[in-house]
Design a protein around this ligand. Structure first.
Ligand code: S3P
Length: 436
């Protein structure tokens, strides 16, 4: 474990570019691996989570190689995944696990899934339930967790599944199982979640329809599908950009442009909430890349005011709450969040991890069952301190790094290692922006 102290050396300025979107990178590799022929991906996130997906797909027969700055994937075709000869090591990645379980579910292969201590605590029952209904046999560890064994079913049975948790991972697992399932597999989403799977599967030629009525989305996939290879450009990850946006809002005199940020409406809730708090975040050069809306974000230091965050925005910023809590800790007045039970089953229990960490560095935080209530300093720096415990959670580590930039004495985190799961050059980019 590498402890690291983050402290401010001045404003964040200039132009930076954050790495590719994690969700889109996973899906580009998976769909490329299922297409017949060669797909090319530019801007792939080369973080540990995505590399875990690549390794598992190679284990199941796909060829995935770096080619200069791009990655090329030679797919095996839907139905063509091979029996892996060793356990699929998912590392820290819930997305790799749940989406790949969906793929295995409708192939006639057996696979063991393992992961690190954080992933081995996370609930898999949410995907085991629908995938078992489709015919897969899944034996998890007690409590429905990894390590688990699963045997896919070919042909699998198409189902209609109504999501009981707002989870793009569960939605995607069922849709991916549906790719190799004869007939129509249907997922009903009472609350919209990130829709990269739907957008990208259509791009690869899948027969997929989306119907919206009364606030619900019904997604149908007609299987078995053939996927055609695609060239994909992955936009910058809004979840990674959020750390720099909050840092620039909090550190006096900052004036930063974050280029090429994906702004899919199912992902961009954090920027709306920061603007509601008074943050100056402008979208420049709005454009579309690879079927996803993209813009450059111009962020300037701003005085923030506490707000009550509408729980309905939660799915569109589910990974950004840890860094929002840091913004709240420096705002004027109180920020109240609720409806965030899902944060307790992420890479760590993010409500209790952030409450403990922020309290340790001098913020005023009250932890409730499904959210935090934070009373901010009104713009004054936090005292700082640490070491805070990051619980193998990259987003806790980076959020506390941002808190360090807005503190008097700096913030020490117990380990900066988890940052590599989603944002390997985070510290290098902080240096480039002049922040530390
Ligand atoms: C993801 C979906 C989200 C998010 C995760 C990535 C995805 O999880 O937290 O980091 O790529 O589908 P849930 O859909 O389970 O909320």
């Amino acid at each position: 474990m590498t402890t690291h102290r983050f402290f401010s050396r001045g404003p964040l300025t200039g132009r930076i570019r954050v790495p590719g979107d994690k969700s889109i990178s996973h899906r580009a590799l998976m769909f490329g691996a299922l297409a017949v022929g060669r797909s090319r991906i530019s801007g792939l996130l080369e973080g540990e989570d995505v590399l875990a997906t690549a390794a598992a797909l190679r284990e199941m027969g796909a060829r995935i190689e770096q080619d200069g700055d791009d990655w090329v994937v030679d797919g095996v075709g839907v139905g063509g995944l091979l029996q892996p000869t060793s356990a699929l090591d998912m590392g820290n990645s819930g997305t790799s696990t749940r989406l790949l379980m969906g793929l295995v579910a409708s192939h006639g292969i057996t696979a063991a899934f393992t992961g690190d201590a954080s992933l081995s605590r996370r609930p898999m029952g949410r995907v085991i339930d629908p995938l078992s209904q489709m015919g897969a046999s899944i034996t998890p560890s007690p409590g429905g967790t990894l390590p688990l064994m699963m045997e896919g079913m070919q042909p699998a049975v198409p189902i209609t599944y109504r999501l009981s948790v707002a989870s793009a991972q569960v939605k995607s697992a069922v849709l991916l199982a549906g790719l190799n399932t004869p007939g129509i597999t249907t997922v009903i989403e009472p609350v919209p979640t990130r829709d990269h799977t739907e957008r990208m599967l259509r791009g690869f030629g899948a027969k997929l329809t989306v119907e919206e009525a009364g606030g619900e989305r019904t997604i149908r996939i007609h299987g078995p599908c053939d996927l055609s290879p695609c060239d994909i450009t992955v936009p910058g990850d809004p979840s990674s950009a959020a750390f720099f946006a909050v840092a620039a809002l909090l550190v006096p005199d900052s004036d930063l442009v974050i280029e090429n940020v994906g702004l899919n409406p199912t992902r961009s809730g954090i920027f709306h909430v920061l603007r509601q708090m008074g943050g100056s975040i402008e979208e420049l050069d709005q454009r579309e890349i690879g079927g996803e809306p993209v813009a450059d974000l111009h962020v300037r230091h701003s005085a923030l005011t506490g707000i009550t965050v509408d729980p309905e925005t939660a799915p569109s910023m589910i990974d950004e709450f840890p860094v929002l809590f840091v913004a709240a800790a420096l705002a004027q007045g109180t920020t109240t969040t609720s409806g965030l039970d899902e944060l307790r089953v992420k890479e760590s229990d993010r409500l209790s991890a952030m409450a403990a960490a922020l309290t340790l560095v001098g913020a005023q935080v009250e932890e409730c069952g499904d959210g935090l209530v934070i009373t901010g300093t009104g713009g004054a720096a936090l005292p700082g301190g640490g070491p805070v415990t990051t619980h193998l959670d990259h987003r806790i580590a980076m959020s506390l790094a941002v808190a360090g930039l807005a503190s008097d004495s700096g913030v020490t985190i117990d380990s900066s290692d988890p940052i590599a799961t989603s944002f390997p050059n985070f510290i290098a980019l902080l240096d480039k922006a002049g922040a530390q």
